[in-house]
Design a protein around this ligand. Structure first.
Ligand code: HEM
Length: 374
């Protein structure tokens, strides 16, 4: 007598006769056996392979077309960069104290007023820049609304989008501090640098609308990533040095504003040296990317655009310095600085992928480079 017959005589009878119940039971057992084998193999595979085990995102219930979400984020990049340029126009036209109070333009008035000591044109240039802040804020809010509307809810996307309106609030306060401290050089510098951070975050937001939330997997091997981080740090130093040149230079935003008392040629030399360092790192990165091979085409395209923008910006910097910093070139140089930040951030986002997946459940992300898919 078999074990099955001994313990479950009724089941044994059903299985050994050709009744309907017997056939159904045989099919059920076969299905259970197949499932058990599959489960065991899957378990063995998942234990032996250190891959990302993922849960697919729930089907999207978004009502907003993807292109609209992306367009909102691109509008944030343009407005965040644009207000840095219009801010420089305020400075080079000497309109910094066109509205001498904040948040009102004049005591008791939100808008410009005829005034014997403040030229109307300066008032309107400064006031126009304040109005633009409202537009930047609205675009930032739109980004947040769109990000919150995305289903399933994506916290990284929402957090990135939230930095847009929050950044505008921070900038409005910093702008107020700048006016109330009489355009002190370091307040102007901080105001500009925060703008550049917001431009960087806006570019990350554009990418976030089209990528997933899984941890980033880099196309670049570790040492190349190190090169990218170093180049980004040197770019940050280059921007800071630029603001120091401005702080010591003639374009204060108001004739009565005290300047940073450091020699302009010395600061410009430091600024230019950092550019040489930055370019050197970019050239090194280019050769390293070539040597690493299998770099996505869009990373290459962005790398080449970055090199061209940096060369153009460097040339513009030299020309404006030799020409005695004419107003138009100074504002163009600020536009160039924002463009360098945009392309550098775009290059950064193209060097890694975030999978279009909802959650990572088991194991850790393998870098693309080490996975050999770079
Ligand atoms: C990628 C290259 C460069 C970047 C990203 C860059 C960026 C900047 C930035 C952010 C500022 C400050 C803008 C402000 O505070 O409003 C600045 C100012 C300045 N830069 Fe550059 N710069 C670059 C190359 C150069 C070069 C090669 C020179 C010349 C040797 C140069 C000359 C100047 C001068 C003279 C100023 C002061 C303008 C003023 O008086 O407001 N720049 N730069």
């Amino acid at each position: 007598m078999s074990a099955l017959e001994a313990y479950t005589p009724r089941l044994h009878t059903a299985l050994t006769t050709s009744s309907t119940t017997g056939n159904a039971l045989r099919m059920l057992l076969a299905w259970a056996a197949a499932t058990a084998v599959l489960a065991a193999r899957t378990l063995r595979l998942s234990l032996s392979l250190p891959t990302i085990n993922v849960v697919r995102a729930a089907p999207s219930r978004n009502r907003l077309p993807a292109y609209l979400a992306r367009a909102t984020a691109i509008a944030a990049v343009i407005t965040q960069a644009g207000i840095a340029v219009t801010g420089s126009v305020v400075r080079v036209t000497g309109s910094g104290l066109g509205c001498p109070t904040w948040p009102r333009c004049f005591p008791g008035s939100l808008v410009p007023q005829p005034h014997p000591e403040v030229a109307t044109v300066h008032q309107w240039i400064e006031f126009g820049n304040r109005l633009l802040t409202g537009l930047v804020g609205l675009v930032g809010l739109a980004c947040l609304v769109v990000a919150v509307a995305v289903r399933p809810r994506r916290w990284r996307l929402v957090s990135l989008a939230a930095t847009m309106p929050l950044g505008v609030v921070v900038q409005a306060v910093l702008g107020g501090v700048t006016v109330l401290t009489g355009l002190t050089w370091w307040t102007v510098a901080v105001h500009f640098l925060v703008s550049m951070v917001l431009v960087w975050l806006a570019v990350l937001l554009v990418a976030a609308f089209t990528e997933g939330d899984a941890p980033p997997r880099w196309h670049l091997p570790g040492p190349l990533r190190g090169l990218l981080y170093t180049a980004t740090t040197v770019l940050a130093a280059l921007l800071v040095a630029g603001t120091l040149v401005t702080s010591a230079g003639p374009h204060a935003g108001n004739t009565a504003t005290p300047r940073l008392t450091v020699s302009v040629p010395a600061l410009t030399q430091l600024h230019a040296d950092l550019l040489v360092g930055f370019l050197g790192l970019l050239v090194g990165l280019g050769f390293a990317l070539r040597a690493a091979g299998r770099v996505p085409a869009r990373t290459w395209r962005r790398y080449l655009v970055l090199v061209c923008v940096v060369l153009a910006q460097g040339t513009l910097g030299v020309v404006q310095y030799l020409a005695g910093v004419p107003e138009v070139l100074v504002s163009l140089h600020v536009l160039g600085a924002a463009s360098v930040v945009v392309v550098m951030a775009a290059l950064w986002t193209s060097c890694r992928v975030r999978d279009d997946l909802f959650a990572v459940t088991v194991g850790s992300a393998r870098p693309l480079a080490s996975a050999g898919t770079g």
